[in-house]
Design a protein around this ligand. Structure first.
Ligand SMILES: NC(=O)c1ccc[n+]([C@@H]2O[C@H](COP(=O)([O-])OP(=O)(O)OC[C@H]3O[C@@H](n4cnc5c(N)ncnc54)[C@H](O)[C@@H]3O)[C@@H](O)[C@H]2O)c1
Ligand SMILES: O=C(O)C(=O)C[C@@H](O)[C@H](O)[C@H](O)COP(=O)(O)O
Ligand SMILES: [Zn+2]
Length: 380
């Protein structure tokens, strides 16, 4: 299915200062919410109004993001909550595990935080996934808000309610579908993001073109240099269009019974790279970028796409500053074994998200020998 090009859901600005705020709604019945995208959102009082009343709020962040933005957020929350707590976790994918969930739960219980307490995830996708999971299970569910501060989190992880922690044997293996109340994507926070992280976010942006919107793929090719130079208008469009496409997909298939799996393009290979190398060695976006090269090649080898598609994807992914060759260390056998525990696998058979025409993805299995050849072809 191709995403309609008329997905522009931006509504009238909600406050005087919000002329620059774009809002993308995500329609999920009683779990519907808005993604707010704009500059200066952390400072804007309108961002924080209309959230549920509670005695207590908890900001979850990490030791990189907290010194940059935690006090700004805490100051905005204090007029709304008598008690504003915070927990600052160690930074990194390697810490996306039970210890972090324990720290969040202990902070809440030591403060006798009740089930109305609102959690605020301030950081990238690691903080967002863990905070969402903690919110899903604390007292069987408390509300939470996503405040994504990486490009990857603004275009993908903060939207759609997938929350999780990692297991040593597989990425995001323990988690829950649990939607936030709101997403506040302040584009100004991207100004402090390292270049390597910007590139990682571009991988998930690129993903939306081949799976749902061929015209967006054209746009990305024309604007990749502007995106890497952090041109504000280009970044704002990339974040908005990515959120529109993700909201359109999740609105039809919240719990991934079908269509939502297209958001996993490049991830079957990519997650195996992340787990195989050890979490944090490659960034998630880097692994997804390389995984998309492999999935594009598999689409070509299965006769779904012409060879030029692989060249096009590899060129764009390289232009985004991402690696296109997996490290040699994992080995084909282990790579295949890691892919067999992918959440899309059925009866031990790996199922891949492949491209059948520009803007349309399908799920397919493939002969092991062909998949192994693809891995070898794109490994050092
Ligand atoms: N739930 C989903 O739908 C979904 C989608 C995509 C990815 N993910 C998950 O998201 C994670 C990756 O997220 P990520 O790429 O944001 O990584 P991340 O959360 O590790 O953040 C990347 C780095 O940037 C730092 N950082 C964050 N914001 C910053 C800022 N404004 N200025 C300076 N530094 C900043 C972080 O401290 C970290 O060092 C993975 O665990 C992945 O599995 C989840
Ligand atoms: O939202 C989704 O659905 C996605 O698949 C988005 C992905 O970018 C993201 O990395 C997600 O966490 C992967 O999901 P998983 O179910 O394969 O762990
Ligand atoms: Zn991803």
């Amino acid at each position: 299915m191709t995403a309609p090009s008329t997905l522009s859901n931006a509504v009238a600005p909600a406050s005087a200062d919000a002329a620059r705020v774009r809002r993308v709604p995500i329609a999920l019945e009683d779990r519907s919410y808005d993604i707010h995208i704009g500059n200066g959102l952390l400072e804007d009082a309108a961002s924080w109004s209309g959230l549920p009343k509670a005695r207590c709020a908890l900001i979850v962040s990490n030791d990189t993001v907290a010194p940059l933005y935690l006090e700004t957020v805490a100051a905005r929350l204090r007029p709304h909550y008598a008690q504003v707590l915070s927990v600052v976790l160690p930074d990194g994918e390697a810490y996306k595990g039970w210890d972090a969930i324990e720290r969040i739960a202990s902070t809440l219980l030591e403060a006798a935080a009740d089930r109305k307490t609102v959690l605020f995830a301030l950081g990238g996708g690691v903080i967002g996934d863990m905070t969402g999971f903690a919110a899903a299970i604390y007292m069987r569910g408390v509300p939470f808000v996503q405040i994504p501060t990486t490009l990857l989190a603004q275009v993908d992880s903060s939207v759609g309610g997938k929350t999780a922690i990692n297991h040593a044997l597989g990425k995001n293996m323990l988690g829950a579908f649990y939607q936030p109340l709101r997403v506040l994507a302040d584009l100004d926070t991207l100004k402090t993001l390292p270049d390597r992280e910007l590139s990682a976010g571009l991988a998930e942006v690129i993903k939306y073109g081949p799976i749902a919107d061929a015209a967006f793929l054209d746009w990305l090719e024309a604007h990749m240099d502007a995106l890497r130079a952090r041109d504000p208008a280009a970044l704002a469009h990339a974040v908005q269009r990515s959120c529109e496409i993700k909201a359109w997909v999740v609105g039809q298939d919240e719990r991934e019974s079908g269509l939502r799996a297209i958001l996993n393009f490049g991830h079957t290979f990519g997650h195996a790279i992340e787990t195989g190398l050890g979490y944090g060695e490659w960034l998630h976006g880097e692994a997804v970028g390389c995984g998309m090269v492999m999935a594009s090649d598999l689409s070509v080898r299965l006769g779904l796409m012409p060879a030029a598609f692989l060249d096009r994807m590899r060129t764009l992914i390289e232009r985004a500053g991402l690696p296109v060759t997996a490290p040699a260390g994992i080995g084909v056998e282990r790579f295949m074994a890691l892919m067999r525990v992918d959440k899309k696998a059925e009866d031990g058979e790996i199922r891949f998200v492949l491209i059948e025409s520009l803007g349309r993805a399908v799920m397919r299995s493939a002969p092991d020998a062909l998949v192994a050849e693809v891995i070898r072809q794109h490994s050092a």
